[in-house]
Design a protein around this ligand. Structure first.
Ligand code: GTP
Ligand code: MG
Length: 459
């Protein structure tokens, strides 16, 4: 895809700081002279070979191992050399400088992986999963990224694309025989095939949605009137005394947050100032910050006192619920269940057209907190199996949703009395294009820049 041979690039591939081993990595065409310049000679392909790394005057810089992967059997598809030396920042910089002296230029973030993509070693979704694996916040997220890297997500997407190509080929043949088109579609079982593809797409989307949660995590904001136990609940979830707890209403002023892992998903839990009308200027600022925290919430937990009437929430709490953005998922926690003499439990209540989940628990003793964790995941649709999640990105979800919309439109065309075949075919084409963008078959340069620019250097 790139016209003239790309320049040789070099980077320190191990993290900055001191370590047992440090690696300088070089990729390009014709890098043999560079290897000779650093290590004295070119080692046999893929054999770890001990060498002394030397500067231009022959003085030793380090002693280590050199590895040579001739094109195309390498990570980037170009020839690669790796100099494994001692992991000190100064010595690695000397080896790096020697490579630059011998004609390499410093790699940009993600440039090795970008070349792997451009040379067809990885598709775009796999390339993205390289960065996601490195950045994975939890073990579950790392496993999901490894699955995407191994190509499981890409295979699913490609299977969908293949199904669509089949359907399009058939439909477009129909366009050549306009008189018989309806019969043609019926004979080809087009309706059932389309339904199959849509069902399959729905499954991929569900796995990808869970995967996006694994990658991005969720922000859960605790709100409620003063003294209901918000700070106690944060501490129970975080299993540490993160926020100050006192019997004095209005204790918390600044939001306090902790990241806790629930079922592999990183949850950022935010404890906030209790909501009430107040003359205290400091408390008022705290309350403003509570509402600011709500703006970035993926889910709100409203705490109420379990001793208040359970079926009708108190006026103040109903006002808080009414002020939350309508689409924001919420769970109501009836805290201090111990004082109300109630056992931990959950319940669902009608909330307009939707249902609202309620949990009775004791933040002080921790009884019932696991019930809340489960309800939080269910409220955002993250209670599905994690084993088949793909570590998807927002970009992938958007593409899958776009494809879903085009296929829904295609199905609607097909269901009419005389289906407009051209419009039907066009929807299929657009659905295919949206899906193909995931694996990078149609991708603009600026998209590639945005994706690879966020990688670490040396990857
Ligand atoms: N018995 C019992 N006491 C609780 C429970 N949860 C909180 N408390 C007590 O209730 C009081 C207030 O708790 P906090 O966690 O500070 O309440 P808050 O909602 O953060 O209060 P503000 O920061 O003032 O808005 C403290 O004395 C807690 O020990 C509970 O589940 N059971
Ligand atoms: Mg508090």
């Amino acid at each position: 895809m790139e016209a003239s041979p790309a320049p040789t690039i070099v980077a320190i591939a191990t993290p900055p700081g001191r370590g047992g081993v440090g690696i300088v990595r070089v990729s390009g065409t014709g890098i043999e002279a560079l290897i000779e310049g650093v290590a004295g000679r070119v080692p046999p392909p893929r054999v770890a070979t001990v060498a002394t790394f030397r500067d231009a005057h022959g003085a030793a810089l380090d002693q280590g191992i050199v590895l040579y992967f001739p094109a195309p059997a390498s990570y980037t598809g170009e020839s690669i050399a790796e100099f494994h030396g001692h992991g000190g920042p100064s010595v690695l910089r000397l080896v790096l400088a020697r490579c630059v002296e011998l004609g390499a230029r410093l790699a940009e973030p993600g440039e090795f992986t970008r070349r792997a993509f451009l040379n067809g070693k990885l598709d775009l979704a796999q390339a993205e999963s390289v960065a996601d694996l490195i950045d994975a916040a939890t073990a579950t997220a790392a496993r999901a990224a490894a699955r995407s890297l191994a190509g499981e997500f890409s295979r699913e997407v490609r299977a969908l694309v293949d199904g669509l190509i089949d359907l399009r080929t058939y439909t477009e043949a129909t366009l050549d025989f306009p008189e018989e088109d309806i019969e043609f579609l019926r004979a080809g079982d087009v309706e059932r095939k389309l339904a199959d593809i849509r069902a399959r797409l729905a499954r991929v989307l569900a796995s990808a949605r869970t995967g996006a949660l694994l990658r991005e995590g969720l922000t859960v904001v605790l709100v409620g009137e003063p003294n209901v136990g918000k700070s106690s609940l944060l501490n129970a979830l975080a299993r540490e005394e993160a926020a100050i707890v006192t019997p004095i209403p209005g204790t918390t002023r600044d939001p306090v947050e902790r990241v806790v892992e629930v079922a592999g998903i990183p949850l950022t839990v935010v404890d906030t100032a209790g909501l009430r009308a107040t003359e205290d200027a400091v408390e008022r600022i705290g309350i403003e910050r509570t509402w600011a925290a709500v703006e970035r919430a993926d889910l709100v937990v409203l705490l109420v006192d379990a001793r208040a009437a359970a079926d009708a929430l108190p006026e103040g709490d109903r006002a808080i619920l009414a002020r939350l953005p309508a689409a924001l998922p919420r769970v109501v926690v009836h805290n201090k269940a111990d004082l109300a003499g109630m056992a931990p439990r959950t319940d669902a209540r009608a909330d307009g057209a939707a249902t609202r989940r309620h949990v009775w628990l004791s933040a002080k003793s921790g009884d019932g907190v696991p019930l809340l964790e489960r309800e939080v995941l269910a409220a955002v649709g993250a209670d599905g199996p994690m084993e088949d999640a793909y570590l998807a990105r927002e970009r992938h979800l958007a593409a899958l949703r776009e494809a879903e919309a085009h296929l829904a439109a295609a199905a609607a065309h097909l269901a009419t009395a005389s289906p407009p075949i051209e419009l039907f075919a066009e929807e299929l084409r657009e659905a295919q294009q949206a899906l193909a963008a995931i694996t990078g078959e149609f991708s603009a340069d600026d998209l590639l820049g945005a994706i690879f620019g966020r990688f670490c250097i040396g990857k």
